[in-house]
Design a protein around this ligand. Structure first.
Ligand SMILES: Cc1ncc(COP(=O)(O)O)c(C=O)c1O
Length: 373
């Protein structure tokens, strides 16, 4: 049996006609830049994320950069974040001219350890970026308290977490000063190319985001500050508007499949496989990824075993950001963030998408069981 890590073709087959019609509609309108679909999608996503404002842009990476600039992160600022995330989280900080300052993760949830925040904030710290990794919201309460007390902005990297909620029912991207989303095609809500979005509850920040994405000018050919070009493409907006009404059902299907994996793995009695943990049982984890932890010494052999038996798998992420060559000048070394380094050596993702069948999941768990027996 072949079980891909992700299968986008089934989702596409179900929506093919509707998507084609939406794309032709954009073509016929000839409104490629900031067309009607962009405006409508922004309103729909503000409603969906329960943030007051939603500003589309070119990618999740640009969403982070725009949010940093809109919140006055500049040359000389420090921005605190986790080293166990996709590169863009820290890459955007450097692009904004600031310095990433890493804090280790909490080993249970893989999200930034808020208890370490207070000691790491300095007079230069301008923002903290928690990442809602794999689709689960980071624990924000402690973080928000410390950040507010110290005059630090909170930018949620919600690229993997659209529609996630914490135990209090707060929605990813609507809690901090800004929330950043990616519609990279593999995300729970995926475009047919690059697209992103920033949410905020602050009108002034929203206005500034709208300016920054068109070279910093609210009026054509008048520039209040230097921004860049990062608009959400109208074709992508049209695609996302077709998909958005299905997002909750897709994420619920992922949640159900996650529960099936966890049950099957428990039943298999695999003491060596740690199933995805929860910040809080009452929260809504949207399972962008289903990531398990296994003994470090056997992780790479397990990757090979799964691949050899037709099971798609991947490590998110194999090299923590403090050990990336491009960040060598930040002065970090191996051992600085032991939990992030341990997670990078001991985790792997199992196939996860809404159309995954029970039979496929049983095969994945059976393949794992064979390895550990
Ligand atoms: C946590 C995280 N942050 C940022 C990004 C960047 O998004 P994009 O690929 O749309 O630029 C991604 C996704 O790729 C991500 O997973």
């Amino acid at each position: 049996m072949q079980v891909p890590l992700l299968d986008l073709k089934q989702q596409h087959a179900a929506l093919r006609d509707e998507l084609s019609a939406a794309l032709v509609r954009v073509l016929d309108s000839q409104q490629f830049i900031m067309g009607e679909d962009v405006r409508l999608l922004e309103a729909e996503l503000a409603r969906y994320t329960r943030a007051r404002y939603a500003v589309g842009c070119g990618s999740g990476s640009d969403a982070l950069l725009l949010a940093l600039l809109a919140l006055d992160v500049r040359e000389g600022s420090e921005v605190v974040t986790t080293p166990f995330t996709f590169f863009a989280t820290a890459g955007a900080v450097v692009r904004a001219g600031a310095r990433p300052v890493f804090v280790d993760i909490e080993p249970r949830t893989y999200n930034l350890d808020a208890s370490k925040l207070d000691e790491i904030i300095t007079g230069r710290t301008r923002a903290v970026i928690p990442v809602h990794l794999y689709g689960q919201m980071a624990e924000l309460d402690g973080m928000l308290g410390v950040a507010r007390d110290r005059g630090v902005r909170v930018i949620e990297d919600a690229a993997q977490a659209i529609g996630a909620e914490d135990a209090e029912g707060r929605s990813a991207g609507a809690v901090g000063d800004a929330g950043c989303f990616s519609f990279y095609p593999t995300k729970n809500l995926g475009a047919a190319g690059e697209a992103g979005l920033v949410t905020t509850n602050d009108e002034e920040t929203a206005e500034r985001l709208r300016r920054l994405r068109v070279h910093g000018g609210a009026t054509e050919y008048h520039h209040d500050e230097v921004g860049f070009n990062s608009r959400l493409d109208t074709f992508q907006a049209a695609v996302l508007r077709v998909k958005l009404p299905h997002l909750d059902a897709w994420s619920d299907a992922r949640r159900e499949r996650a529960a099936v994996y966890t049950r099957l793995l428990d039943e298999a009695g695999l003491a060596d496989v740690v199933t995805p943990p929860f910040v809080s049982e009452g929260a809504r984890h949207i399972f962008h990824q289903y990531v398990v932890r296994v003994p470090e010494a056997r992780r790479d052999a397990l990757l090979e075993h799964l691949k050899a038996h037709g099971v798609g798998t991947k490590v998110y992420y194999p090299v923590p950001l403090h050990l990336q060559p491009c960040f060598a000048d930040l002065g970090y070394k191996e051992g600085d963030f032991p939990e992030s380094e341990r997670a990078a050596r001991s985790t792997l993702a199992l196939p996860m998408f809404p159309e995954l069948t029970g039979e496929q999941q049983e095969y994945v768990v059976e393949t794992l069981r064979h390895f550990f027996l």
